[in-house]
Design a protein around this ligand. Structure first.
Ligand code: PLP
Length: 383
């Protein structure tokens, strides 16, 4: 028998058995009366999870694909845009918007920094922007930005706000309508507890009004919006994934979004407490908002890649390494979606074993207890 496998990355994430069961159902025809109620339920639940009254556009695409839909619809060659980056994904959006001809002002922080609304305000005073492109949870660093405050500054300046919510949506609060977020992009494979393959995009009326005369077809927002409004998909949707996502969203809503956010806060606290108890240094901020992924510096003289490899080869546990310049320097424990505290203690226990075998000078036998205590002692006023 192959050993048990644990998927403890910030995406793809483990999928609950109820969702796996839905994925195993016979294929429904997307224009049949069997599929329509599933489609309708999924689209309705998406609006609830995005906390918006607007149609959430669903694409057969990864998160990057859904993000590209925003670029295709909003970026007219030569128009000014402000992209804020502090890690891998923000930098991707700078590259992507430029690829479509945007005149990009790039407010670029070092990886691991937290974007500051005052900096955004100052940049927008220097130069107008049609849209400000933001990352909510920068998965490469573990930083969760204060999107509400950043969006408020962009709105003050009259810019549209486009948010990468790929690893944040369903893990930490993301109030699409209440915070005035014009576009929120996400993907199925992270806190939404569904396999990779669906990208989604909430679009405000102001964002539709800002759609330019640009070449596009599959990702044309209006085409998909119109089709979804009559439950007659513009193109063949991945019907099994839609059925799976519907079940996953139902699980989130049954738990209650506020309870889900609170669970993520507590998971983050547990991961950080365990790592610190072992004597490790956190790379991601030691704060409750950092509830998506915990990034940990490898101890001096230890290659973080060897930690990731050791967990996988010796214990069947997949965690994430560092990206870009952080490769070899940090490793990342994901805790979004179908996670409980024993996923955290499993990861910490294995990290301890592997680090010890690599000769790291760490405190043994304390991480799991510290994590469990941090999880237990969290108050419900946390979020
Ligand atoms: N944005 C963030 C914050 C992510 O974490 C990811 C995936 O890791 C992406 C964008 C890209 O999503 P995808 O890999 O689904 O294209």
């Amino acid at each position: 028998m192959g050993g048990k496998q644990y998927l403890l990355t910030p995406g793809p994430t483990p999928v609950p058995p109820q969702v796996l069961a839905a994925l195993a159902e016979p294929i429904l025809h997307h224009r049949s009366p069997d599929f329509t109620p599933v489609y309708e339920s999924c689209l309705t639940r998406l609006r609830e999870v995005f906390r918006t009254t607007q149609e959430v556009l669903l694409f057969a695409a990864s998160g990057t694909g859904a993000f590209e839909s925003a670029v295709q619809n909003l970026v007219v060659r030569g128009e000014p845009h402000l992209v804020v980056s502090a890690g891998n994904f923000g930098e991707r959006w700078a590259t992507l918007t430029r690829a479509y001809g945007a005149d990009v002002d790039h407010l670029r922080y070092a990886w691991g920094e937290t974007p500051d609304p005052d900096d955004v305000r100052a940049r927008l005073r220097e130069r107008d922007a049609k849209a400000v492109w933001l990352v909510h949870s920068e998965t490469s660093t573990g930083v969760v930005a204060d999107i509400e405050a950043l969006a408020a500054v962009a709105k003050e300046a009259g810019a549209l706000v486009v948010v990468d919510g790929v690893s944040s949506l369903g893990a930490v609060p993301c109030e699409t309508d209440a915070w005035g977020l014009d576009v929120v992009v996400s993907g199925s494979q992270k806190a939404l507890m569904t396999p990779p393959g669906l990208g989604m995009c909430a679009v405000s009326q102001a964002a539709y009004a800002g759609v330019g005369d640009t070449p596009r077809f599959y990702f044309d927002w209006e085409r998909t919006r119109k089709a979804q409004s009559t439950l007659d998909a513009a193109f063949t949707p991945p019907v099994s994934l839609v059925a799976g996502l519907d079940v996953a969203l139902g699980l989130l809503l049954d738990e209650g979004l506020d309870a889900v956010f609170e669970r993520h806060v507590r998971l983050g606290r547990a991961a950080r407490a365990g790592a610190k108890a072992m004597g490790l240094e956190l790379f991601s901020p030691d704060e409750d908002r950092s509830a998506v992924v915990t990034a940990i510096r490898a101890p001096d003289g230890i290659d973080a890649g060897a930690v990731v490899k050791g967990l996988r080869d010796r214990h069947g546990i997949t965690i994430a390494g560092g990206q870009g310049d952080l490769k070899g320097k940090i490793f990342r424990l994901g805790h979004i979606g179908f996670f409980d505290v024993f996923d955290i203690t499993t990861a910490l226990a294995a990290v301890e074993l592997v680090l010890a075998s690599l000769g790291a000078d760490i405190e043994r036998g304390v991480a799991v207890t510290a994590a469990l205590e941090a999880y237990e002692h969290s108050s419900s006023a946390a979020a």
